[in-house]
Design a protein around this ligand. Structure first.
Ligand code: GLN
Length: 197
């Protein structure tokens, strides 16, 4: 029985819970995906997902309810954590375009530009190449951050849009510019669950 906690303070929470459950079914894993609002719900989880949404709000609410400190500690201890879009911003060590009061977990050795795609290209879908699967994956980008630099050689690319890196992993961590939870394709969630089982 495995448990995955989806940080549920703001953003695309239910979509991640559904995608995680579907991925567990497809992998034949007995498990559950929890909507996490309080630190005590993270007791005994095997993995954490930080969804997309608004990173300023997610950061503020996670600090307020004590999730920020605990998620940072668990990530440092090696618990698998996947962040998508605003979740990637939360995981990153360096953020361009962050606000003064915005604090980040600083776990993933990447530099991201928070609103890099700009207003003209608000949202789009595109086929991506994945490191762990031969078929393309449709990535949904919504006011996405852009990974502009890998800050250590611990970080490995796992997803590309053309020749640009749009997803990375670093040991227990996965960070994605795109939303992996908005299509019926659960390959990215399955890859993440592979770290958690
Ligand atoms: N641009 C948003 C932010 O800075 C992220 C958008 C998203 O998660 N879809 O938080």
């Amino acid at each position: 029985m495995i448990k995955v906690g989806v940080i549920g303070v703001q953003g695309a929470v239910s979509e991640h819970i559904e995608a995680t459950k579907k991925a567990m079914e497809r992998m034949n894993i007995n498990g559950e995906a929890l909507w996490v609002k309080k630190p005590e719900q993270l007791r005994e989880v095997n993995g954490i997902i930080i969804p997309g949404g608004e990173s300023t709000t997610i950061s503020r609410l996670m600090q307020k309810n004590g999730l920020f400190k605990l998620v940072k500690k668990l990530g440092e201890e090696g618990l698998p954590i996947m962040g998508t879009c605003a979740g990637l911003i939360m995981l990153s060590k360096e953020v361009m375009g962050g606000t003064q009061e915005q604090k980040f977990l600083g776990l993933l050795d990447v530099k991201v530009n928070r609103n890099a795609y700009g207003r003209q290209v608000d949202s789009f879908e595109a086929p991506l190449k994945l490191a762990f699967s031969s078929e393309p994956f449709i990535g949904v980008f919504i006011r996405a951050p852009r990974i502009i630099e890998l800050l250590s050689n611990k970080v490995k690319p796992i997803a590309w849009l053309g020749d640009r890196i749009v997803g990375v992993e670093q040991e227990n961590l996965i960070g994605l510019e795109f939303h992996s939870e908005l299509t019926n394709d659960t390959r990215v969630h399955e890859y993440f669950l592979g770290k958690a089982i």
